[in-house]
Design a protein around this ligand. Structure first.
Ligand code: DI6
Ligand code: FE
Length: 404
């Protein structure tokens, strides 16, 4: 067994219930065994016998170490962009108006269908590398811009290929119920039938880790979402939901009934919705990039989430229409400035709670037995990660035990 020792660092372990904020350990040492953390603690407490067994040693030169960042909600794989729509909005059109006129998601669906797998891989790879440059080691990628079997398959295959070609673990989510494709205009229930058929086939091909839907006036009704969730349950797949982004449809309560991993957006979440999420153990994924980009004014009910002890995650929502963003560090800042999360809550939101939002129990904190995914930062204190706008103090990423 070959062990690797990292010393001369401060570690924000993000361990819950730790005595120090951020689970901070001064003068920390980490011992890595293959792809797993074997020991994490204060260096003076490192057993001499364990130190002797470390055949490889790294001096972190005073860096701050955090768990690898986890971006738990992205639509990273899509064709084209929506800069033109951005311009329209700045000339007075609203997001909902553009969507009703066949723009919005529908225009990205056209571009995504036109793009070959190679082209999608190229365009999405550039975005992925933006995230990796800031220390992301796990990310979720949703389909939902194909909206037809061949194109949903293509997007999910590209997502898998991105994971294979980069030092990152990609979790795929089938979001067939994202928007109504033109072929099914006026026939949403028939499209939901098609969503169920696609889900069965794509799951059979090993392309689906979870199932999501967009529950909204401009998308799918709670009744339609429920059919998708029933199908997911039959297949043993976890669900999550784009809920209460533009209005309150009680999507959170619906998702909670299916034990959802997370409910995402949540600007219009009610007290009852927060209570239902708490009872179901669902994570609240806040997406400040979309809030900012749409210039929303209705804030997610952070106080209610805290009161109900709903874990809060933070993510980019990387997508062409409402959050063309490949910076999770910027989202930390926005979660603090716009939503008033504390820097500690924000960092937990892209580590421990983001892992939970993906149903992953082997990462998101630095502790023995967890995956050896961690980031070395050139900062003194963890709050600097959410404080700066546009800085990238990452020094190095260790992914599954190896320098990435
Ligand atoms: N909510 C969003 O913010 C994105 N999808 C969703 O369900 C927007 C997608 C887009 O406009 O392309
Ligand atoms: Fe989204």
């Amino acid at each position: 067994m070959s062990l690797t020792l990292w010393t001369n660092c401060r570690a924000a372990t993000m361990q819950p219930d730790a005595a120090q904020p951020y689970g901070l350990i001064e003068q920390a040492a980490l011992v890595v065994d293959g792809a797993t953390l074997h020991w994490v603690g204060a260096e003076p407490e490192l057993p001499a016998e364990l130190r002797r067994r470390c055949t490889e040693r790294h001096d972190a030169q005073g860096a701050l170490v955090t768990p690898g960042l986890i971006d738990c909600h992205t639509h990273l794989v899509y064709g084209g962009d929506r800069a033109e729509e951005f311009e329209l909005r700045l000339n007075g059109a609203s997001y909902e108006e553009i969507a009703r006129r066949g723009g919005g998601i529908a225009s990205t669906v056209r571009a995504t269908r036109q793009a070959s797998a190679e082209e999608l891989l190229r365009q999405s790879g550039a975005r992925l590398r933006g995230l990796l440059a800031e220390g992301v080691t796990t990310l979720e990628i949703k389909s939902g811009y194909g909206l037809a079997l061949a194109h949903e398959r293509k997007a999910l295959q590209v997502a898998r290929a991105l994971g294979q070609g980069h030092p990152v673990e990609v979790r795929t989510t089938f979001l067939g119920a994202h928007a109504l494709p033109p072929e099914f205009a006026g026939a949403p229930d028939a499209y939901v039938d098609e969503v169920l058929r696609m889900l069965g086939l794509l799951h059979g091909e090993g392309l689906v880790d979870a199932v999501d839907a967009f529950c909204e006036r401009i998308a799918f009704s709670p009744g339609q979402v429920e059919r998708v969730f029933e199908a997911a349950r039959q297949l043993g797949l976890p669900v999550k939901l784009h809920a209460e982004q533009l209005s309150d449809s009680a999507g959170a309560q619906l998702a909670a009934r299916f034990g959802a991993l997370s409910c995402d957006h949540l600007e219009w979440l009610s007290e009852a919705g927060a209570a239902a999420m708490a009872a179901a153990g669902s994570v609240a994924v806040l997406l400040p990039g979309a809030f900012y980009f749409l210039r929303e004014t209705k804030l997610p009910p952070v106080e209610a989430l805290r009161r109900h002890r709903v874990p809060i995650a933070v993510s980019t929502d990387c997508n062409p229409g409402t959050s063309p963003c490949t910076s999770l560090l910027l989202m930390l800042n926005m979660a603090c400035t716009l939503f008033r999360l504390t820097p500690e809550e924000a960092l937990a939101g892209v580590t421990r709670h983001a892992a939970r939002a993906l149903g992953l129990r082997d990462r998101g904190v630095l502790a023995a037995g967890m995956r050896a995914d961690f980031v070395l930062w050139d900062v003194q204190r963890p709050a600097q990660l959410s404080y700066a706008l546009g800085a990238n103090p990452r020094l190095a990423t260790v992914y599954r035990g190896a320098l990435a």
